[in-house]
Ligand binder design. Structure first.
Ligand code: PMP
Length: 371
């Protein structure tokens, strides 16, 4: 199987596997006072320090969660209070579902947040909590988050950033971004699933918990932390030192698709080096994913969490892509992508496009669809 679906889950990094294994061998609950408990606590706190160091937060301001879905929900729950909630039109479902009555900040046709609309929204009405992702999971399109943070500050708004897809692939620094909080996820960095974190700016270090309980995480998240997953999370974050080496491979995969009539979504915007979203006019995304799967190539249509459901992606619809929104697949190169795999993708894509295009109607609408 050629795995080109890293944005759903990165392959486990060897350092992460070693850290998980070693932490699993340590019996003990980090809340226990005896030696075994203290040894587990040391693993937990060392991971906290490593992750905080990696993303320039203070260790005490990092709350471990079960993943980024929970970190996003904790941010919205804990920071919102009586604020209006403004969310980007292309946010992940974990943000879209985390707060009621959100106002949607539009994006342009490249998928980049419309700063003038955001400014107008911030200027009209009471203070807001703005949620904007650093990089989109379906297209890789990156928002100008530093500018957004400055706008938020000047309007008394708070900013939460879902940095799940950016972490480890592009530079990421909480204090430099100017955000109030940042969500990251272990399995998107090459660690195991089951761990994530919310990094908080000092002013919000005592965020109100979403899950109360045993007082863990300084009362900010109840429940015994998944120590082994967290150890793997930190090891993966230290090993993930950028995805720039993937950009030429991503470009090569795109060229192969474009040569067969595909359109690259968000091509004009700054994008993650590993992600490409390519639409094949007239051909349903699920048919493309299945055809490539039969050729033993794993890609996805839309977000992984929603790829079971048939329907056009809300991300691509927000970009005004019309019918193409249901005809796009995502290629996301893993940290260990092999150039030979990208070549194999190009060949499989060509065969798939030829076969599925041949199945389109021959009544004149075919040319119109493919134009
Ligand atoms: N945000 C983004 C942008 C994502 O891509 C994902 C995972 N698809 C999440 C949040 C949720 O992360 P997790 O799987 O850790 O809950």
């Amino acid at each position: 199987m050629i795995y080109l679906d890293a944005n759903a889950s990165e392959p486990l990094r060897p350092d992460a596997l070693a850290a998980v294994h070693s932490a699993l061998m340590q019996t003990g609950n980090p809340s226990s006072v005896h030696q075994a408990g203290r040894a587990a606590r040391r693993i937990l706190e060392e991971a906290r320090e490593q992750l905080a160091f990696r993303f320039s937060a203070r260790p005490g301001n990092l709350v471990f969660t079960s993943g980024a879905t929970e970190a996003n929900a904790l941010a919205v729950h804990g920071l919102r209070a009586s604020r209006r909630l403004l969310i980007g039109a292309t946010e992940h479902d974990s943000i879209r579902a985390s707060g009621s009555e959100a106002e949607i900040i539009p994006v342009d046709d490249s998928g980049v947040v419309a700063l003038d609309s955001l400014e107008a929204m911030l200027g009209s009405g009471p203070p807001a909590l703005v949620c904007l992702m650093l990089a989109n999971n379906e297209t890789g399109v990156m928002h100008p988050v530093r500018e957004v943070a400055a706008l938020c500050r000047s309007h008394g708004a708070l900013l939460h950033v879902d940095a799940v897809q950016a972490a480890g692939r592009v530079p990421l620094d909480l204090s430099e971004l100017g955000a109030d909080s940042l969500a990251i996820s272990s399995h998107k960095l090459g660690g195991p699933a089951g761990a994530g974190a919310l990094l908080l700016a000092p002013a919000h270090a005592d965020i109100c918990p979403l899950i109360a309980g045993g007082g863990q995480e300084r009362g900010r998240r109840g429940g015994t932390p998944a120590v082994a997953a967290i150890a793997g999370f930190a090891a993966a974050a230290l090993a993930a030192s950028g995805g720039e080496h993937l950009a030429p491979l991503r470009d090569s995969a795109e060229r192969a698709a474009v040569a067969r009539g595909a359109v690259v979504c968000g091509a004009a915007a700054p994008r993650l080096p590993n992600t490409s979203c390519v639409a094949l006019p007239g051909v349903r995304a699920d048919a493309q994913v299945i055809a490539l799967d039969l050729a033993r190539i794993a890609v996805s249509a839309g977000a992984a969490c929603s790829s079971g459901k048939v329907g056009a992606s809300h991300v691509l619809r927000a970009m005004g892509l019309g019918p193409l929104a249901g005809q796009a697949i995502r290629i996301s190169l893993p940290w260990n992508a092999d150039p030979a795999h990208v070549d194999a993708f190009g060949r499989a894509y060509a065969a798939m496009a030829e076969r599925l295009h041949a199945a389109l109607p021959h009544d004149g609408s075919r040319e119109a669809i493919m134009r």
